[in-house]
Write a protein that binds this ligand. Structure first.
Ligand code: RFL
Ligand code: PHB
Length: 393
């Protein structure tokens, strides 16, 4: 039977970052991915990185291109009632965020890990995890029609929300906390100059809008849309008209439009699975928790899990101590729930929830308070740039 120290299920950002960090500390792993390398690289998702995530990518030795091409942002704008207010992230927290697409991170990890001899098996099917409550976990899978099995010390479930690891846990051993939101985000990518140097989050009676970017020549825009809408009902022109109508007029006038190179509708949900550890199985990233994207916390939370887990595994192999492994779940969940709170709050503040004028008035009062009060702005800013590790874990 094949043997390795850690089997990592999923070659998304969590899985490959964990594998790369472990390898730098001499800990071997095998990564199992159901999709092709091309498919995983092409998925368009996150775009905004906290400094802690940037630092971890650097520590993993895959931060070089990000340092050259990432866009450092010192603030962002919140727009409502026809005006935009800047949140000075750097002034309020001393920290910044970096715009660098998840597709680019995935490419850098593929280059750093896969192209340098990392063991990733793409296109695997029927992954089954076994024995994780014992000292001898095993993972079996089918590849090219052949059933194989790997014995390991630990399993890392980095297989996202729809993965197999969390679903392998008996329902009486796991507790799920969940909230669905009654709308989706329709997102488009277009090779046009971004509307502004910084991101703009807009609360509007017609619904939420977000102006983001991937580079100085590639824009990423989102609008809130009903859950039953389809891509077919949103031709480019309708999207651009709707986006314009939700922005302050001075911003709308500057909007540069062009053909969408990608268009997708994503549901919003908050989801937490507790605990995040089951014997020798550890759930990491989206496999354990999902936040609505409003605060851009998903990938950053995944990176925070990876940081705690890889350090704990290094401690296990180097010092023979399991203290950090034992704390993985409680430290992770402490951070996760603070990000849940922030993402849920920001989502409730910025979106329309139907025809409730009272609720809308309360949103506007809160937005006014948030942009006028330095204390309230600071609270928003410190959560947005990412809570410090010792503050949150
Ligand atoms: P992923 O990226 O879902 O990767 C999981 C991998 O596991 C594979 N897999 C399996 N492999 C083998 N066997 C099985 N049975 C398997 N089942 C699944 C999958 O094919 C996949 O390759 O999870 P990971 O690595 O934990 O990474 C999480 C992030 O991708 C996610 O949190 C972010 O994209 C969320 N997110 C954002 N996060 C941010 O921090 N900042 C943002 O600005 C941001 N914007 C976003 C987002 C997510 C979005 N969508 C569509 C979900 C914007 C959007 C629109
Ligand atoms: C993105 O650029 O995809 C993005 C940015 C900020 C968010 C969510 C998504 O809050």
């Amino acid at each position: 039977m094949q043997q390795t120290r850690v089997v990592i299920v999923g070659a998304g950002p969590s899985g490959l970052l964990l594998a790369q960090l472990l390898r730098r500390h001499g800990i071997d792993s095998v990564v199992l991915e159901q999709r092709t390398r091309h498919y995983v690289e092409a998925r368009i998702r996150a775009g905004l990185l906290e400094q802690g995530t940037v630092d971890l990518l650097r520590e993993a030795g895959v931060g070089e291109r990000m340092a050259r091409e990432g866009l450092v942002h010192n603030g962002f704008e919140v727009a409502f009632e026809g005006r935009a207010h800047r949140i000075d992230l750097h002034g309020l927290t001393g920290s910044q965020v970096t715009v660098y697409g998840q597709t680019e991170i995935q490419r850098d990890l593929d280059h750093g890990f896969v192209d340098n001899g990392g063991d990733v098996r793409y296109g695997v099917e029927q992954v089954v995890i076994e024995g994780y409550e014992s000292a001898h976990p095993r993972v079996s899978f089918t590849m090219d029609g052949v059933r194989q099995e790997i014995a390991c010390d630990f399993i890392a479930g980095c297989d996202g929300f729809h993965g197999v690891c969390r679903r392998s846990i008996p329902s009486d051993a796991i507790r799920i906390y969940e909230r669905a939101y009654p709308f989706c985000w329709l997102g488009i990518l277009a090779d046009v100059e971004p509307l502004s140097d910084e991101l703009i989050y807009a609360n509007h009676v017609r619904g939420f809008a977000l102006c983001s970017m991937r580079s100085r020549t590639r824009s990423r825009y989102y609008i809130q849309c009903p859950v039953n809408d389809t891509i077919a009902s949103w031709p480019d022109e309708r999207f651009w008209d709707e986006l314009r109508s939700r922005l302050p007029s001075a911003h709308a006038a500057r909007l540069i439009t062009g053909p969408a190179i990608e268009k997708a509708i994503a549901p919003l949900r908050s989801f937490v699975a507790e605990p995040m550890r089951f014997g020798r199985l550890f759930l990491v990233g989206d496999a354990a928790h999902i936040v609505p994207p409003t605060g851009a916390k998903g990938l950053n939370l995944a990176a925070a899990d990876v940081r705690v887990l890889y350090q704990a595994l290094v401690e296990h192999y180097r010092l023979g101590s399991d203290t950090a492994l034992d704390e993985y779940s409680s430290r992770g969940l402490a951070r996760v729930w603070k990000a849940m709170r922030f993402s849920g709050w920001f989502t409730m503040l910025m979106h329309q929830f139907g025809d409730d004028p009272f609720a809308h008035k309360l949103q506007l009062a809160e937005l006014n308070y948030l942009t006028e009060s330095p204390a309230a702005s600071q609270s928003l800013a410190e959560n947005y740039v990412g809570l410090k590790f010792d503050q949150s874990t």
